[in-house]
Ligand binder design. Structure first.
Ligand code: SF4
Length: 332
């Protein structure tokens, strides 16, 4: 339902132009969840905001980028060509592609009730008003597991707990009936137990409704819980893709291996967690060659710091950007 190719995004800043996303490509199939994982600053949120055309005014999408979405009607929409404020873009946001953010307080208006805000979305995207709109809003709150939904519908966002607000945010995003849901770190601000409940809820809803989902997270443990496919991002490029099962079982990229070692394990609570050493550099100071080389434990001296690693296809849908997998290098 969604194919992204050659997506590069630059920002004009006082310090010059920076390019936090370089040549990213991925696809989402109907009824599947793509997990995009990486540290803060890897470009995952910027990439998905481009899909909703929600980038700030100083951002530029490269002209080679292609973002193709197949709408409910079967029509193919070239997202990169949509004009700001156009009818198609308004329909795309919410009606076709829903979005859930990390902090629901930033998405809900504090001055309207939860119900008013859900009913407004229902009116805009489904044309239902009055009693019918309110009934659907209550039904959506029920669907996401909110207790006393006919009371909660008249409450303001600040009257709900964090977990409850995130459930209400999911209800808001789903109330327009999107085919694709983008969830940007939706459980990061929640307690661990509530996190697990919300992840289970999202996974269940995605399966019941047959939606596609893009789930952005910095936590590979969360990917194991929700994703069918995974794209690992580092400094604006995708360094590894595959099914979540394959990538977690046999990670091909040293960065993915580092992220896996950093996941706490319930069966080894006394084990020391291994962090990936160092910090992700700024996109304005991108290292030459492989951008991960200053932090990589398997760096090949004289190569990784000079040559950009090619994308190597390991099997269908399984790709990695690392010199270690480049067979032509081994032969040479
Ligand atoms: Fe490490 Fe080199 Fe592979 Fe980059 S290309 S991840 S530096 S081994």
């Amino acid at each position: 339902m969604l194919t992204v190719e050659n997506l590069s995004i630059s920002f004009r800043t006082d310090e010059g132009r920076i390019t936090p996303v370089q040549g990213v490509g991925f696809s989402v199939a109907e009824g599947r969840t793509l997990g995009i994982v990486g540290e803060s600053g890897s470009g995952k949120s910027v990439s998905t905001k481009a899909l909703m055309r929600l980038l700030p005014g100083n951002a530029e999408i490269d002209t080679k980028a292609r973002m193709r979405y197949i709408a409910k009607s079967g029509e193919e929409i070239a997202i990169e060509t949509l004009k700001a404020g156009s009818r198609t873009l308004r329909h795309l946001r919410g009606g076709e592609i829903g979005m859930i953010f990390q902090e629901p307080m930033a998405s809900f208006s504090p001055v309207y009730t939860i119900g008013n805000q859900i009913m407004e979305t229902i009116r805009l995207h489904r044309g239902l008003k009055g009693r019918a709109g309110r009934d659907l809003a209550v039904a959506m709150l029920t669907k996401v597991g909110i207790s006393n939904p006919s009371t909660r519908v008249d409450q303001y966002p600040h009257e709900l707990s964090g977990g409850m607000r995130q459930r209400a945010m999911i209800a808001l995003a789903l109330s327009a009936g999107p085919r694709l849901l983008i969830a940007d770190e939706p459980t990061t601000a929640l307690d661990v137990t509530i996190q697990a409940q919300v992840l289970d809820l999202m996974r269940g809803l995605q399966r019941d409704l047959g939606m596609g989902m893009i789930f952005i997270t910095h936590d590979l443990g969360v990917i194991a819980h929700v994703a069918d496919d995974v794209a690992v991002m580092y400094l604006g490029t995708i360094v590894e893709t595959g099914t979540a099962r394959e990538v977690l079982k046999s990670p091909a990229h040293p960065y993915t291996r580092g992220l896996i070692k950093a996941i706490p394990r319930a069966d080894r609570l006394d084990a020391r967690l291994e962090a990936v050493p160092g910090d992700i550099p700024s996109p304005s100071a991108r290292p030459a060659g492989c951008p991960f080389h200053p932090r990589c434990a398997e760096v090949i001296p004289g190569l990784c710091d000079r040559a950009t690693p090619p994308e190597v296809v390991l099997s269908e849908g399984r790709r990695v950007r690392c010199h270690l997998h480049d067979q032509t290098r081994a032969v040479a």
